[in-house]
Design a protein around this ligand. Structure first.
Ligand code: GDP
Length: 365
């Protein structure tokens, strides 16, 4: 047991220079922390999730984002038990450069969806947290109205770590959200990086937000991302921007026609909306439903979900192998030496890699 800070033997004795008692009861704080970090059985969490308990849902997502082995093991058991209760939602990926209006759009769209009886979970892949340790998505004012909606749940996921890691965490968050009863899942990314490809591997519908009057180079959107889009939505189509948005709609529709027809046979659509004025939300939702029915009827939805499962298996294999390799004690032991020899020009990259891999495989023999 830890010694109390001020060890008085008698209540009447006054110690000289006694510290002011802290306004925080340290013992109570310890208890709260211990309780917060107490790891329950997987069944406890699954029970909470299936009841739609948000506090437990959030705790589970924290667990599956954790790098502690114990948390990882528990979270994998939870995921397995949640799987039969998942796969019932419509999964939408939304991307666009910073400032295009993603959070305003998701808030207006999410509010529209809850108003028609849908339960919406927003998983936002947050690229800022790795570098700054802060988070643009942690900003309290972001999607405040939607965050307070009892039929919506918003959760940012840090994009720190490997792409495979981010994809796994997001994918698993998606499963627990579905098991918790959310029937519409929105995954938000900033459309500048590679995470869109990972997101495309877990959603049914990919929506690209764009602005009128800015060339695509200006908007920083790669052709590959345009090709993945099931719909391009030109947002901020309000005020002076209405006519420009209409022009942009035609331009994008023409540009999309030049792309080869996608495997789903779905022809990507272009729409305009104003998230600020809450206009066009119904049009976009109807489009998503149309796409859902279209791909369900022609068998593509099922095929895509199977391919996604296969893709995830490969991602998992990569992730597990990499973690085992870099976490191996023999590899860690010789790593600095091998790296130093490589940098000194004594050995080639190939030899360096081979030596490290040999150390790993010999260890596991
Ligand atoms: P994000 O960085 O992509 O999430 O963009 P935000 O949603 O934060 O929006 C960036 C800016 O565009 C904010 O100042 C919004 O008020 C503004 N904005 C977003 N949507 C609209 C819209 O539909 N119309 C207009 N006029 N402004 C908008």
């Amino acid at each position: 047991m830890e010694e109390p800070e001020n060890n008085h033997n008698s209540a009447s004795k006054v110690n000289e220079g006694i510290n002011q008692p802290s306004s925080i009861n340290k013992d109570a704080l310890k208890k709260i922390k211990a309780k917060r970090h107490k790891l329950h059985s997987p069944e406890f969490y699954v029970d909470g999730i299936l009841k739609g308990d948000r506090t437990i849902l959030s705790r589970v997502i924290t667990l599956l984002e954790s790098s502690h082995q114990r948390h990882y093991v528990t979270s994998q058991k939870i995921i397995e038990k949640c799987l039969p209760h998942s796969a019932k939602s419509i999964r939408i990926g939304i991307t666009g450069i910073p400032g295009v209006g993603k959070s305003t759009f998701i808030e207006a769209f999410g509010k529209y969806l809850t108003s028609i009886g849908r339960k919406v979970a927003v998983l936002a892949i947050d690229p800022s947290s790795e570098k700054t340790k802060g988070s643009i998505l942690g900003d309290k004012t972001r999607m405040e109205e939607l965050a307070n909606d009892p039929n919506a749940y918003i959760r940012p996921t840090s994009s720190a770590g490997t792409l495979g890691g981010v994809a796994r965490k997001t994918r698993e968050s998606l499963i627990v959200c579905e098991a918790a009863g959310f029937d519409t899942i929105i995954i938000e990314t900033v459309g500048v990086g590679q995470s869109e490809i990972a997101v495309n591997s877990m959603v049914d519908f990919f929506l690209l937000l764009m602005l009128a009057g800015a060339g695509d180079e200006l908007q920083g959107i790669k052709r590959g991302i345009m090709e993945m889009a099931d719909a391009i939505v030109i947002t901020k189509a309000d005020g002076d921007n209405v006519i420009k948005s209409q022009h942009a709609k035609n331009e994008f529709a023409n540009a999309l026609r030049l792309f080869p027809i996608s495997e789903s046979q779905w022809i990507p659509q272009v729409e305009t909306c104003s998230a600020l004025m809450k206009e066009g939300m119904d049009k976009i939702w109807n489009l998503i439903i149309e796409h859902h029915n279209f791909t369900k009827n022609n068998g593509y939805l099922e095929k895509k979900r199977k391919e996604q499962a296969k893709f995830r298996m490969y991602v998992m294999i990569d992730e597990i192998l990499k973690n085992k390799f870099y976490g191996n004690s023999e590899v860690s032991k010789i790593f600095p030496q091998v790296e130093a020899e490589l940098l000194a020009g004594k050995i080639s990259s190939y030899i360096a890699a081979q030596r490290l891999l040999d150390a790993y495989f010999n260890f596991n023999r």
